[in-house]
Design a protein around this ligand. Structure first.
Ligand code: AMP
Ligand code: TRP
Length: 330
């Protein structure tokens, strides 16, 4: 059985970037035979930077309902909340003790996020990757669908698994990242040199899956492009329009080459108008399913069952890890 696992932090409104970078690749694997999906809400990772209690609570539920609204098949998957499965913290600590400060300080995400902290940099922000490695290694994961920005965290996860296996004997499966060529790095709509981020203080930079439809359309229509006027994929010279082409292509499965031909004799306005409608249709479908799940008692039942499954699997693994190291009495 092949196991696929991914997590998303409930640290803001889930964006089109999250969908195209992590959720869509995850869902693309769920129909394959002999495959099981584990999906979780990385709330412990979210608190590596300050979070408002009420917002965090709301975002956790919102994210759970969104995974379902996006089409997660419950016959193939288990969904749970990270903090409800204590083995994540337990293995996180063990892996922290096998990580070097130097390698953690070299992580790009740490260096970026560190700059943005006004209340000081938490130790958790530095030890974020061993906790993420624990999330993955607890479940003998084969594949981890993520966006491009998480590639480095997957590399350190692989290193930690191999380091532990060499030191204590074969314990962990070494996972592979699953990063799509297209959509793995969706850029901000107001500054195409930056990643689209759910924590962007300027909401015009991102499309949230729960954005009001008309506002989302406006965001697409006012996305920053260049003054050259031709609809052509050129990341270096035309990052804005290239980003919109990527979004268009990913949502419709029409290759970028075909889009370039289709829009050859038109202008940015026409192109953006079409894309705005495509995004609107996509959001409308998700939002109607979301409304169902967020208001249904099913959500808690689904999360309980996911928690129980994960708890059972992960507890066995952590006991094995403790034994290997010589912790406790067994
Ligand atoms: P985060 O928002 O940091 O919790 O990210 C959750 C998942 O979405 C990770 O797999 C990220 O790599 C992915 N992701 C976040 N932002 C983007 C983006 N702008 N483009 C593509 N993938 C993204
Ligand atoms: N670090 C990931 C992100 O911000 C979220 C995450 C936490 C994750 N644990 C994970 C993703 C395990 C994949 C697997 O995007």
């Amino acid at each position: 059985m092949r196991r696929i696992l991914t997590g998303i932090q409930p640290s803001g409104h889930i964006t089109l970037g999250n969908y195209l970078g992590a959720i869509r690749p995850l869902l693309s694997l769920q129909n394959e035979e002999d495959t099981e999906l584990l999906v979780f809400i990385a709330d412990l990772h979210a608190i590596t930077v300050p979070q408002d209690r009420q917002n965090l609570k709301k975002n956790i539920k919102e994210l759970a309902a969104l995974f379902l609204a996006c089409g997660l098949d419950l016959n193939k998957s288990h969904m749970f909340i990270q903090s409800e499965v204590p083995s994540h913290n337990q293995l996180g600590w063990v892996l922290e003790c096998n990580s070097y400060i130097g390698e953690l300080e070299r992580m790009t995400q740490f260096k970026d996020k560190k700059q943005k902290q006004v209340e000081g940099v938490s130790a958790g922000l530095l030890t974020y990757p061993p906790l993420m490695a624990a999330d993955i290694l607890l479940y003998d994961t084969d594949l981890v669908p993520v966006g491009e920005d998480q590639k480095q965290h997957l590399e350190i996860t692989r290193n930690l698994a191999e380091r532990f296996n060499n030191k204590y004997g074969e314990t962990f499966k070494v996972p592979e990242p699953f990063i799509l060529k297209e959509g793995a790095r969706i850029m901000s709509l107001v500054d195409p040199s930056r990643k689209m981020s759910k924590s962007d203080p300027n909401p015009k930079g991102f499309i949230a899956l729960l954005d009001d439809i008309n506002i989302a359309k406006k965001k697409i229509k006012s996305a920053i492009t260049d003054s050259d006027g031709t609809i052509r994929y050129d990341l270096e010279n035309k990052p804005g329009i290239s980003n919109l082409l990527t979004i268009y292509s990913s949502l419709t499965n029409i290759p970028i080459k075909n889009l370039e031909i289709r829009y050859e004799n038109t202008n940015y306005q026409n192109f953006k108008e079409d894309l705005a409608n495509i995004v609107a249709d996509f959001l409308t479908k998700i939002q109607s399913k979301y409304d169902y799940y967020i208001n249904s008692g099913d959500l808690d039942l689904i999360l309980n069952s996911g928690r129980d499954y994960a708890y059972h699997y992960a507890s066995r693994k952590i006991q094995k890890v403790y034994r290997r190291i010589g912790l406790g009495r067994n």
